[in-house]
Design a protein around this ligand. Structure first.
Ligand SMILES: Nc1nc2c(c(=O)[nH]1)N[C@H]1C(S)=C(S)[C@@H](COP(=O)(O)O)O[C@H]1N2
Ligand SMILES: [Mo]
Length: 534
């Protein structure tokens, strides 16, 4: 029963905190703030493990984990609270303090963010005391009968209890049966309060949503549209299980440290340029939309955490402003070798300046496949630099570009020992057949994608078992920054087979067989799968 009291107190605390977070902003919710802090504090290997194991569900797993830890802690607070009211109150207070600390230490934390945890903890304390009262009046009655005296600690607790009873307007009714009824009555009320405040808070937090404004935005017409696609550009219509040439926005992989994606209202958006510029400016979203140098380009984005054969890669038609002209018109000084990009949630991504100046299609992107950027992909503006992994190029919710040097400052991932410069390694992947799948013997297409952004893919070869390498058919070359699909029809004899793929870049580089893990600068090695033909 005491444990249940603890649990209900925690539920009320979290519910009320959600309600207050509905007024302050979703990221101030203690569950989110604590989860965010956990992400920041998690050692790199564990983080990579989580991304690998839970993939897109890593955030749901983290929130579920946070809730389980809170529940266990609440059970303990309830049990301890029955013995000593003071320790119980302290327990809830500590819980609130952790929430406050987590909310305030977020890079974008504001003093007001402490409010949900504070008010939530107060509500939790009141609930705990209210629920423990009927329990311990029964317990004390029994104890008084047996010992005929109270301990000193109980005295103080007794006073607190009496005051609380006055507040709650209930007399000191003895008798276990009556108290049990009171406990469940209070518990029921607590549950109702928790559900109502939690649900209401969630609804209120929707106010911070920008879905409506985003849907109403009209993208400009690009001065320089994407190159037209040759006929038959996408082989996936022909081949079951092959990745489409363009990834739908809803299917595009997502990797970031934000538990709730930041919500930026277009009207509030500002992009600030600072550091080594002669005449740094600040841009509004309209400033960017109304420029006459808007480009649209097809670019494949990949994540450094992608394993050999992994799915953390996607292609979109991006629209935005060329970075080179933007940097030049602000008078970028020659000494800068790093552009430190800052997201509204405090994330920093350090991009090599040289790459931005040399890679033609590096851009500040605001459009993705004909729509404004989806919120989870950086609405309203993100950076994109073809040829670099996302962690050193693709800052989402971008609000500041500081021209600086690698010697002066480390960005978020570099602080965590990932390589400072992250050129994308040439890679190829088998999409079909699926690994360890049984396929009918006979003819079956082997197909997949290969990428080597900024250089392009010249050749893909496939090897089945110990046979010779055979060249696969490639989808038409569109742009070096776009991946190419490849396909090879193959007659499978019954039995177990291994299939291996390797790509060659347009610059002549043959994909290496040497295996490397994603940490610290991207995976390498040939993708190889086993299938059973029967
Ligand atoms: N603000 C912010 N931007 C970010 C990240 C992040 O954690 N926060 N992650 C980066 C990484 S590691 C990658 S691979 C890409 C992924 O972009 P996507 O989620 O749109 O696919 O975003 C990059 N930009
Ligand atoms: Mo990434």
């Amino acid at each position: 029963m005491a444990a249940l009291a603890g649990l209900l107190a925690a539920a009320v605390a979290l519910g009320v905190a959600e309600l207050v977070a509905g007024l302050v902003g979703p990221a101030s919710s203690p569950v989110i703030a604590v989860g965010d802090a956990a992400i920041t504090l998690t050692p790199e290997p564990v983080k990579s493990f989580a991304i690998r194991t839970f993939g897109e569900n890593d955030k749901i797993a983290l929130i579920a984990g946070t809730l389980v830890v809170i529940a266990l802690y609440a059970l303990l607070v309830g049990v301890v609270g029955l013995r000593s009211r003071r320790l119980g109150v302290l327990g809830v207070a500590v819980f609130g303090a952790v929430g406050v600390l987590a909310a305030l230490t977020r890079p974008a934390g504001e003093p007001l963010d402490a409010l949900p945890s504070l008010v939530g903890a107060l509500a939790g304390i009141v609930t705990l005391l209210a629920l423990l009262a009927p329990l311990s009046s029964a317990g004390r009655a029994a104890r008084e009968r047996s010992t005929g005296a109270r301990t000193t600690d109980d005295d103080a607790d007794g006073q607190l209890l009496d005051r609380l009873r006055q507040v709650l307007g209930s007399g000191d009714r003895k008798g276990a049966g009556l108290d049990r009824r009171r406990f469940f009555l209070t518990g029921g009320i607590a549950l109702g309060v928790a559900a109502a405040t939690g649900g209401g808070g969630r609804l209120l937090q929707r106010r911070f949503d920008v879905a409506g404004v985003r849907a109403g935005l009209r993208l400009p017409t690009p001065a320089s549209p994407a190159a037209p696609l040759p006929p038959g550009a996408d082989l996936s219509g022909r081949i079951d299980g092959l990745t489409p040439l363009f990834t739908r926005n809803g299917d595009f992989y997502r990797v970031d440290t934000a538990l709730v994606a930041p919500r930026i209202r277009p009207a509030d958006y500002r992009l600030e340029l600072t550091g080594m510029f002669d005449t740094p400016r600040t841009y509004t979203l309209d400033d960017l939309f109304e420029r006459d140098d808007v480009i649209e380009r097809d670019i494949t984005l990949t994540c450094v955490s992608n394993e050999v054969g992994g799915v953390l890669a996607g292609t979109a038609r991006w629209m935005g402003v060329p970075l080179v002209t933007l940097l030049r018109e602000n008078g970028l000084r020659s000494g800068s070798d790093q552009l430190l990009c800052r997201s509204v949630d405090g994330m920093t991504i350090g991009a090599p300046t040289r790459q931005v100046l040399e890679v033609e299609d590096a851009m500040l992107a605001f459009g993705m496949n004909g729509e404004p950027l989806p919120v989870v992909h950086g609405f309203p503006v993100r950076m994109l630099i073809p040829g670099l992994y996302g962690y050193v190029s693709a800052c989402k919710w971008l609000v500041r570009i500081e021209a600086t040097t690698f010697a002066a400052v480390d960005a978020y991932w570099t602080e965590r020992e990932w390589a400072a410069e992250g050129p994308i390694k040439i890679a190829s992947r088998i999409d079909t057949p699926k690994p360890l799948r049984e396929i009918p013997a006979g003819r079956h297409a082997i197909a997949g994608v290969a990428w080597a952004q900024t250089r392009g893919i010249a050749r893909v070869e496939v090897r089945v078992d110990e046979e010779e390498w055979v060249e696969a058919e490639l989808s038409p070359q569109v742009d070096a920054d776009l991946w190419r699909q490849w396909v090879l029809p193959y007659d499978f004899a019954p039995g177990r087979h291994s299939i291996t793929v390797r790509a060659t870049g347009a610059d002549g580089e043959v994909q290496t067989e040497t295996r490397a893990s994603p940490f610290p600068d991207g995976a390498s090695g040939w993708h190889s799968i086993q299938v059973l033909a029967g």
